[in-house]
Design a protein around this ligand. Structure first.
Ligand code: SF4
Length: 409
């Protein structure tokens, strides 16, 4: 018998719900059965959500197996990925987040700032390599030309009109508002008119101001994050949603954030997906100053994917595993714990690599397909908003297309 009871945590993926259910504590089993029946996380009380977030022993594999069942019921056996390219147009940043090893002060020797022409050239290269999306984010340098974010959009759309631009974190949006003096709503609508398609729901980390103060004193507040996201959704700009785990936060913070995201989704329907982002600690001040634990444990990685599947069920049904933060075998296990999306090929990942991640800067579509087939699921390339999905089984020319969600209006 292992520490976690009837199964070693690494072997949970071979269990079915009927194998594990009799071994669970009464409250956890009741809560999970309730969600499995309703296929909706809204049926859980906050207390039940907290119980699930603190599950251990046999309850933990029970949570993972239930999340896997729920994933199968809600989104089937397809695992999606998007062919995209990351473009971090500058690493100069004045914000000083303690979990970030990517940013540089303006006088450091290895700073860079990409011109509009260079950003556009990267988008052209991405298109030529089959990308449908560019993900553009960067540091926040003092003295950025006020309309630089708008000008990036113009330059990319001029070079590759059909490219989906997924760009600018809520922190960058707040900076853009400050630089231009425009009202937030007008600013977002101006960006949309100039080519902004969707927004990364990053800069969320943990949406609790006490935790945010520890992670980064200069970062936008929880209220500002919510305001940017709600205003963007209302302006027709959908976004992803994220949570960074494995540093100073507790399971109660996970629950609060997932419930908050559910609440916003109920109002706006603007989130396309949820992405748990494991803290990569190795090269960060947050870890070296002894403030944070050394990243998530194996159990936490699995638990957060399962918990998000369960709490968000019926509200945000796409749960992404961030392969850049995890090794490939662990990312595959997360696909058994509730995740249904592998994220992007990225082509040029910098942020996690500089913090100490070793998963690489690029995962090719062929590698995604192999990883997905290895876990017995069906690989499919998607667009950014999951409205177009093409099944990609190597050696098989058959391509099936479907629109699993209505277009966001
Ligand atoms: S996370 Fe973003 S805002 Fe914070 S220091 Fe790094 S680049 Fe700057």
């Amino acid at each position: 018998m292992s520490k976690s009871g009837i199964c070693d945590l690494a072997n949970f993926s071979s269990l079915e719900w009927c194998d594990i259910a009799p071994h669970l504590s009464c409250e956890i089993r009741t809560a999970l059965e309730h969600v499995l029946e309703a296929q909706d996380g809204a049926v859980l009380s906050r207390e039940q959500s907290l119980l699930l977030a603190n599950a251990e022993g046999d309850d933990l594999p029970g949570l993972l197996v239930a999340a896997n069942e729920l994933r199968r019921d809600l989104v089937g056996n397809i695992v999606t990925y998007v062919v995209n390219r990351n473009i971090n147009f500058t690493n100069i940043c004045f914000v000083g987040c303690k979990f970030c090893a990517f940013s540089r002060g303006p006088r450091e020797p290895d700073t860079y700032f990409r011109s509009l022409e260079q950003v556009a050239a990267k988008a052209v290269e991405a298109r030529n390599l089959g990308a449908t999306e560019v993900c553009i984010q960067g540091g926040l340098p003092h003295g950025l030309p006020p309309f630089y974010y708008r000008d990036i959009l113009r330059a990319v759309k001029r070079a590759v009109p059909g490219m989906h631009i997924h760009a600018f974190s809520p922190m960058e949006i707040v900076y853009g508002v400050e630089l231009t003096g425009m009202p937030l709503d007008d600013y977002l609508r101006m960006l949309r008119e100039n080519g902004l398609d969707t927004l990364p729901g990053t800069a969320a980390e943990i949406l609790d101001d006490d935790v945010r103060f520890i992670l980064s004193r200069n970062k936008l507040s929880t209220e500002q994050w919510k305001q940017v996201i709600r205003t963007a959704h209302c302006a027709g700009i959908r976004s992803t949603s994220t949570l960074m785990y494995g540093h100073v936060e507790s399971p109660a913070h996970w629950v609060n954030q997932l419930l908050l995201l559910r609440e916003i989704q109920k109002e706006t329907c603007g989130f396309t997906e949820f992405v748990p982002l494991g803290f990569v600690h190795q090269n960060t001040l947050l870890f070296h100053q002894g403030i944070a634990r050394p990243g998530p444990t194996f159990a936490e990685h699995l638990k957060i994917h399962a918990l998000s599947r369960i709490l968000l069920a019926g509200a945000i049904n796409n749960v992404q595993v961030s392969w850049v933060k995890l090794n490939k075998p662990l990312s595959q296990l997360c696909l058994h714990a509730g995740a249904n999306d592998y994220g992007g090929t990225l082509m040029e990942e910098n942020i996690s690599r500089e913090a100490g991640a070793t998963a690489g800067q690029y995962t090719s579509p062929q590698e995604f397909q192999s990883l997905i087939l290895e876990v017995g699921r069906i690989p499919a390339e998607r667009n950014t908003t999951y409205t177009r999905i093409n099944i990609k089984v190597p050696g098989d020319q058959f391509i099936f297309e479907q629109a699993p969600e209505p277009e966001f209006a």
